[in-house]
Design a protein around this ligand. Structure first.
Ligand SMILES: C=CC1=C(C)c2cc3[nH]c(cc4nc(cc5[nH]c(cc1n2)c(C)c5CCC(=O)O)C(CCC(=O)O)=C4C)c(C)c3C=C
Ligand code: FE2
Ligand code: FE2
Length: 345
């Protein structure tokens, strides 16, 4: 029997710094997130980051937390429930870090008799810190606990026409009645090193702004390329004029170079260059979360206004909007009704 496991990033249990510390410990000790040798990673994470960051992060989480819990988890649950209404196969939800765990999600499906699972990382673009770490863990758990279970992975959908259509629609609905001057597409950043590590050709990605436009098989694992493609396709769909939109990368951590341009500096510059009304979309995230609700909708607006900007329009993630639910449900049903277990996107 077929079934689906949706997987998102995860959140702390609560905004208590102790819970935030537990969550950050699991997240940052993942070798695909902080890709240092174990000893160095442990010194950095357990010896330094976990002594300072949890308090600061807990304060940030407290600003966006809902009565029902973490927005990321609540919104993922709503998505799961709605997809469940539209599809004919069991749908489970799991988080890469914290609860509900991937192991529990697989067990839930297994207990319902599911032995053929479509694994759906809830990320439009591939990154080793997101898609890859989910797939690797799910495969490990399958081998250890559910050896009869077949796993099929839904590939990144950053350029899928259905996704691009829904994303474009979510953007236009928010900006059509504003006379915005600039639309910024802000993606979660990753260290430049991650891009090089994921380059299967080992020579394509130069991160110099040109390689991502040159066709290459490296692009199936190039986060930077996939982000720029999402922007390009949405801009094409919305007929945006050159110069009225751009791409940037947010949420950098530490001192290594991350993908540029950085979102905070871009917002600052736009305002300083005289842009009074800007809009911002965050297409690396399917569900609103700390990085969109606090870092963009709150801090981003503050930076814009401090530098002379006047109107800042935050465009929510796809969350549980009906056209997104229907799109995902259609992808799932297409897979569920196929004879073979090939991927469908
Ligand atoms: C230190 C390395 C990090 C990498 C690499 C990274 C990649 C990455 N993350 C997301 C999505 C999310 N990240 C979120 C929070 C978050 N991310 C990092 C660090 C890295 N992320 C930290 C330390 C945190 C925690 C919060 C903080 O202390 O600032 C979230 C929000 C979670 C929530 O509970 O709301 C998301 C979602 C992507 C897509 C990505 C690479 C492409
Ligand atoms: Fe992150
Ligand atoms: Fe590239």
């Amino acid at each position: 029997m077929k079934g689906v496991l949706l997987v998102n990033l995860g959140s702390p249990k609560s905004t208590n710094p102790k819970d935030v510390k537990t969550y950050l410990g699991e997240f940052l000790m993942d070798e695909r997130v902080i890709d240092l040798p174990y000893i160095l990673r442990a010194i950095l994470v357990k010896g330094i980051v976990l002594n300072t960051r949890p308090k600061k992060s807990a304060e940030a989480y407290a600003k966006i937390w809902w009565d029902e819990g973490s927005p990321l988890i609540v919104l993922s649950e709503r998505l799961q429930e709605k997809i469940d209404e539209f599809t004919s196969v069991p749908i489970a939800l799991a988080m890469r870090y914290g609860e509900p765990s991937i192991h529990n999600g697989m067990k839930e499906l297994h207990d319902k008799g599911v032995d053929d699972v479509l694994l759906v990382p809830l990320y439009p673009q591939f990154a080793m810190a997101t898609t890859e770490t989910i797939v690797v863990l799910a495969e490990q758990l399958r081998n250890e606990h559910f050896p009869q279970m077949n796993l099929t992975v839904l590939p990144p959908f950053y350029n899928h026409p259905d996704y691009v259509t829904v994303l474009a629609r979510s953007i236009i609905e928010k900006i059509e009645n504003t006379d915005y001057e600039h639309l910024l597409f802000s993606y979660h950043g990753v260290p430049e090193r991650h891009i090089r590590k994921s380059d299967i050709t080992k020579s394509h990605c130069k991160i110099d702004g040109s390689c991502c436009q040159t066709p290459s098989k490296a692009h199936q694992f190039c986060y930077r390329h996939q982000c720029f493609e999402t922007t390009r396709l949405v801009a094409e769909k919305l007929n945006l004029k050159e110069g009225t939109y751009s791409t940037s990368f947010q949420s950098r951590l530490g001192f290594d170079p991350w993908l540029k341009p950085y979102t905070d500096r871009t917002i600052e510059k736009l305002a300083q260059n005289g842009i009074k009304k800007m809009a911002i979309a965050t297409p690396a995230f399917v569900s609103d979360c700390l990085e969109t609700l606090e870092e963009i909708a709150m801090e981003g607006e503050e930076i814009f206004e401090e530098n002379g900007g006047e109107e800042f329009t935050f465009i929510p993630c796809l969350n549980d909007r009906e056209d997104w639910v229907k799109t995902m449900s259609r992808w799932i049903d297409e897979w569920a009704h196929k004879e073979t277990t090939e991927t469908i996107v």
